[in-house]
Design a protein around this ligand. Structure first.
Ligand code: OXD
Ligand code: MN
Length: 586
């Protein structure tokens, strides 16, 4: 008698017709064999074994370099369940359309069956997925990003309690690329892409889209959030989670070397991209990181912006679409040191410095968490870490101040629901356009976002002491276009202000959008920030926010009667507050 997972593998093999089926066990020998094969067929290029041992460069197809949201679907029986922000197809229609693309797709190829666990193995909150893929690169990446192989299969046994994900590279033609999710049957199909969030099905597809659906039903939260611990001078660690749209510095923030280390403030990493948060037996909101590695954006990463990851990626790392030096070392825009000569660009062509970047703007490193020295001692804690603050943020050249605190949970949900950011290269499409991205979940929410807002409100009622909710913007620019805030390690000063707020030490001024730091409450010593710059960083302009309210009103209108009444009230409250006065807190 076949187990449920065996039956699904047999059924998938009948459809995709692979030459061979390999059940991935996750062992070191198996990994070595896979790497050998990839070096032989050109999927991997070995990096300098002296300076980057056991590390490899992978070049994806030039038309397959980012997530493709326009080809990503949520397939529920009712269109209204997917909501106005997701692409939708009826499940049968999606299957009829995509099944032919899988038919014979693995002919002559190996089918890998990758059982994996999301979350710490000992956690009651972990989940099992099984990805079938014909990409050895996906297997090697899943090995870093989750706990794969025997550990997952042993845990699954004869159970049917796993999320199946069928993936094939297909012919990599974008016109035959689809990433389709069936939340009602907890199934993922992905064809035509070998890249990141389209192909590593444990990440965005399961840990966010399918998990957010499950989480609503079961009363927990699957969020696009980093998790960090801020240690204070007494050694006490306060955990915070933060949602920012893709490529807004989540990884750098999560792994930050604190600018206030000499005052006893340090940052510890729990996760950089996804948080699963449950109400613990103590009534607190507790977060686990479902992942086991980091799939971070390389450009801009250097020993100032993220020294911890720069150290970690010196071995056992996969680099994707970065440039290569003559010494076979990875290179990207913004890495340390002078630009070298003899560079090969991400497409594998000789490179001369010019208009085009040498590394793709969405090039990535994939590195195991176990190699990162700033991981929190509790990062694999089975019950998760208790969350005291939730931070929302975006990339806004104007409008949003450096930091503000919401008045309460309900107002905080409004702050998250109205988040906006200028787009980056993590998705295919225009860069630098302001888009609404509630809770940074726009591309990742597996159901109607109106209901998702309702679920957030409901969670606030279920948690004994709901975390304080803040909003940050590291990216505000002055009239001359320059960033006003130094960012990176200095962001700890803003985290410290949050901690001081939570513990009742920091003063704040009330504005129409919430509380901003009162003068003197931010620790700014050593920064050399002029009073004018600070004024501009914290300025809340009523006209800007009245315009903002208009834009969010139009966004909210898309949800019709699925928008919770509480958010309508918050919207009205912002409008009436902005009509009163322009506020420059002093
Ligand atoms: C990611 C993303 O890759 O959000 O994490 O796009
Ligand atoms: Mn992300």
């Amino acid at each position: 008698m076949s187990t449920p997972v065996e039956s699904w593998v047999e059924e998938s093999a009948r459809l995709t017709k692979p030459a061979k089926i390999v059940w991935v066990d996750g062992s070191a020998d198996e990994h070595a064999r896979l790497v050998d094969g990839m070096l032989r067929d050109g999927t991997f290029i070995e990096l300098n074994p002296k300076t980057y041992p056991d590390s490899y460069l992978h070049r994806s197809s030039p038309t397959d370099v980012a997530r493709t949201e326009h080809l990503t679907y949520i397939c529920t029986r009712e269109k209204s369940e997917a909501g106005p922000t997701n692409n939708w197809m009826a499940p049968e229609q999606a299957k009829d359309m995509v099944r032919p693309l899988f038919d014979g797709a693995m002919a002559g190829r190996t089918m890998y069956v990758v059982p994996y666990i999301l979350g710490p193995v000992a956690s009651p909150y972990c989940r099992i997925g099984v990805e079938i893929t014909d990409s050895a690169y996906v297997v090697a990446s899943m090995r870093i990003m989750s706990r794969i192989g025997k550990v997952a299969l042993d845990r699954l046994g004869h159970s049917k309690n796993f999320v199946p994900g069928l993936h094939s590279l297909g012919d990599l033609d974008p016109s035959r690329r689809f990433i389709v999710h069936f939340p009602e049957e907890q199934l993922i199909w992905s064809v035509g892409s070998g890249y990141g969030g389209n192909a590593l099905l444990g990440k965005k597809c399961f840990a966010l889209r399918i998990a957010s659906w499950i989480a609503r039903q079961e009363g927990w939260m699957a969020e696009h959030m980093l998790i960090l611990g801020l240690e204070d001078p007494s050694g006490k660690i306060t955990y915070m989670s933060a949602a920012f749209p893709s490529a807004c510095g989540k990884t750098n923030l999560a792994m930050m070397v604190s600018g206030l280390e000499d005052q006893g403030y340090r940052v510890w990493t729990v996760g950089d991209d996804i948080a699963w948060m449950h109400v613990g037996s103590d009534g607190q909101l507790r977060a686990i990181n479902p992942e086991a590695g980091f799939f971070g954006v390389a450009p801009g990463t250097n020993s100032r912006t993220n020294p911890n990851v720069m150290k970690a990626l010196r071995r056992d790392t996969i680099l994707t679409n970065v440039a290569l030096t003559a010494e076979k070392e990875p290179w990207w825009e913004g890495i340390d040191g002078a630009p070298p000569t003899g560079l090969t660009n991400w497409r594998g062509e000789p490179y001369t410095f010019g208009k085009e970047p040498a590394a793709h703007p969405n090039s990535r490193y994939t590195v195991p968490a176990s190699q990162v020295t700033c991981m929190s001692k509790d990062w694999e804690s089975p019950e998760g870490v208790p969350i005291s603050a939730i931070i929302f943020g975006g990339r806004r050249a104007r409008v949003a101040p450096l930091v503000y605190q919401s008045r309460n949970w309900q107002h905080g949900v409004y702050v998250g629901a109205t988040m906006a950011s200028e787009t980056t290269a993590a998705n295919t499409g225009a860069v630098g356009v302001t888009r609404r991205d509630p809770m940074a979940m726009l591309p990742f929410c597996g159901y109607n976002m109106g209901d998702y807002f309702g679920h957030w409100l409901e969670m606030g009622r279920r948690v004994k002491h709901p975390p304080a909710i803040f909003h940050v913007n590291w990216f505000r620019r002055g009239a001359d276009g320059r960033y006003l805030w130094p960012g990176y390690g200095e962001n700890v000063r803003v985290l410290k202000w949050m901690l001081d707020r939570i513990e009742g030490r920091a003063a704040a001024d009330e504005t129409p959008i919430g509380y901003v730091p009162a003068r003197g409450s931010l620790t700014l010593d050593g920064l050399n920030l002029s009073k004018d710059t600070l004024d501009e960083l914290l300025r809340v302009d009523s006209t800007d926010w009245a315009n903002e309210a208009e834009a969010t009103g139009a966004f909210f209108a898309r949800f019709g009667d699925r928008l919770p009444e509480e958010l309508r009230q918050e919207q009205e409250s912002l409008i009436s507050r902005t009509q009163k006065t322009a506020v420059v807190p002093k």
